[in-house]
Design a binder for this molecule. Structure first.
Ligand code: SF4
Length: 477
């Protein structure tokens, strides 16, 4: 029997947990198609499962979800299962809580006090386990291991007078990073946590109101971006198209700066800051700070390419493509042997030998998390004849874990958890290594009044650590 090893996308770096999309229309129409294209644009945020739910008549929700990319999950047949509707939501998932199987795929569809509901969530609720335990003791049951189901159950638990009341009170109990959309009978709600850690943008098209994790998904369906949902805001879209907002208390914006560094698509705009501009500016600032005697500059695809172009413009050192990325490696794939696993980076990346042979290269990456990929890339470049590799990183050393839905959960996983720049340089095999200072990254991302979470760089979390680890919220009767 052959020795087979499942290798997932997780091997290649950090990941966002999910992408969400929601739409409300004045009339019944084929919303599944818009959601499908919206999810396509959000595919980079989650590649393990995809799902769409539409509310098509009183107390009736049709939905389909499965493991795989949007394109694998939805063909003409599956989309035809989803009738014309007035509200619909969609989800793409990458698991960091709950295992990777279809039971944990979203949207979560359930019966509650207000009939049939569906919820799609992006983020990580850090006290979900504690709340789940308490709810189980109180007689609730759960069918999955995901925090989103806890959220759905909590909303229903508190929705004694209205669904809006249930959402508001549930948000007072949960702690962590979240953006979610929830729908019932033609009404759609969109919610962003009090720190605004996860992005959520609102758009409009022909009387429809749309929500998406990133503006690129609003663009993809030919809609117009209206604004970002504010931290701590609950937007309710009524069946007649009117909207109203309720605001949670204790708002203190701390948006995840890693969205600009790596997670978001370069063509998205989050909280009025262009991701492309932030990355380009990082490259320019790196060039002003680190003047390196080299022949060419290149970026690790995709997110560091923009940064490398910024470096090239300011330094005058020509930009080249050094690495080619196989865009079809996204899902889990099977490798035949341990030795193949060692060279797994070659399945994803290959070098442009003629561009780099005999050259002194400045290689820019957005971040170094575990260091294994950087090490393999530098080895690959040397095998292809590069003379020197000077590595620049468009974020500071990642020293602390993230508890908020980005897949870097323990200090031990991080190459910078216990090592300085010099030791990391030696470990990844570069000729030199420099990181951008935190203050410059913040200024490139338009930081005002410390309104970004930068905890993985400086350890200052947007919640108290004992809250994160223990949870201190009590489920009311
Ligand atoms: S710890 Fe880092 S990755 Fe996590 S939310 Fe904060 S900035 Fe983002």
């Amino acid at each position: 029997m052959k020795d087979t090893i499942i290798v997932t996308e997780k091997e290649f770096g950090i990941h966002e947990e999910c992408g969400i999309f929601g739409v409300s229309s004045l009339t019944k129409q084929n919303l599944a198609q818009d959601i499908y294209y919206g999810l396509f644009a959000l595919q980079h945020r989650g590649q393990e499962s995809a799902g769409i739910a539409v509310s098509y008549e009183k107390n009736r929700i049709a939905y389909y979800k499965n493991m795989g990319l949007v394109n694998d999950v939805f063909g003409t047949e599956e989309l035809a299962l989803l009738p014309a509707s007035q509200t619909g939501i969609g989800h793409v998932r990458y698991s960091t809580t709950g295992s990777s199987n279809v039971v944990n795929a979203q949207p979560v569809v359930f019966y509650g006090r207000y009939g049939r509901l569906a919820l799609a969530h992006n983020g990580n609720i850090v006290n979900a386990d504690i709340i789940r335990e308490r709810m189980i003791k109180a007689g609730h049951i759960f069918q999955s291991s995901i925090d989103s189901e806890v959220l759905a159950a909590l909303v229903n638990h508190y929705a004694t007078d209205s669904l809006l009341q249930g959402i508001t009170k549930a948000c007072e109990d949960i702690l962590g990073a979240y953006a979610f959309v929830i729908m019932s009978e033609g009404t759609l709600y969109a919610v962003r946590d009090t720190r605004g850690m996860k992005p959520l943008v609102m758009g409009e098209k022909d009387g429809m109101i749309l929500f998406a994790s990133e503006s690129c998904a609003i663009d993809a369906v030919d809609a117009r971006v209206i604004r970002d949902v504010a931290p701590g805001e609950i937007v309710k879209v009524n069946p007649d198209g009117t909207t109203e907002s309720v605001f949670l208390s204790n708002v203190q914006k701390k948006s995840c700066i890693f969205e600009y560094v790596y997670l978001a698509r370069s063509d998205s705009v989050i909280d009025n800051v262009s991701v492309y501009e932030a990355r380009y500016q990082c490259g320019k600032l790196l060039a002003e700070l680190h003047k390196i005697d080299a022949d060419i500059v290149a970026g690790v695809p995709d997110s560091a390419i923009v940064c490398a172009r910024g470096y090239s413009e300011t330094s005058g050192i020509p930009y080249v493509d050094a690495l080619s990325k196989n865009r079809y490696v996204g899902r889990s794939f099977i490798q035949p042997s341990q030795s193949m696993r060692e060279s797994s980076v070659k399945i994803k990346l290959n070098a442009f030998r003629s561009n780099i042979k005999g050259k002194r290269l400045i290689l820019i990456d957005d971040s170094i998390v575990r260091g294994t990929t950087s090490k393999k890339i530098i080895k690959l470049l040397r095998q292809n004849g590069v003379k020197e590799v000077h590595m620049l990183v468009a974020s500071p050393i990642v020293k602390f874990p993230c508890y908020f839905g980005v897949d870097m959960q323990t200090k031990e996983q991080l190459i910078g958890g216990f090592q300085n720049e010099e030791a990391i340089c030696a470990e990844i095999g570069a000729d030199s290594l420099h990181y951008i200072p935190l203050e410059l990254l913040k200024s490139a991302c338009g930081c005002k009044n410390d309104d970004y979470c930068v905890a993985c760089f400086d350890g200052n979390y947007p919640y108290e650590l004992d809250e994160i680890h223990c949870g201190n919220h009590i489920l009311e009767n």
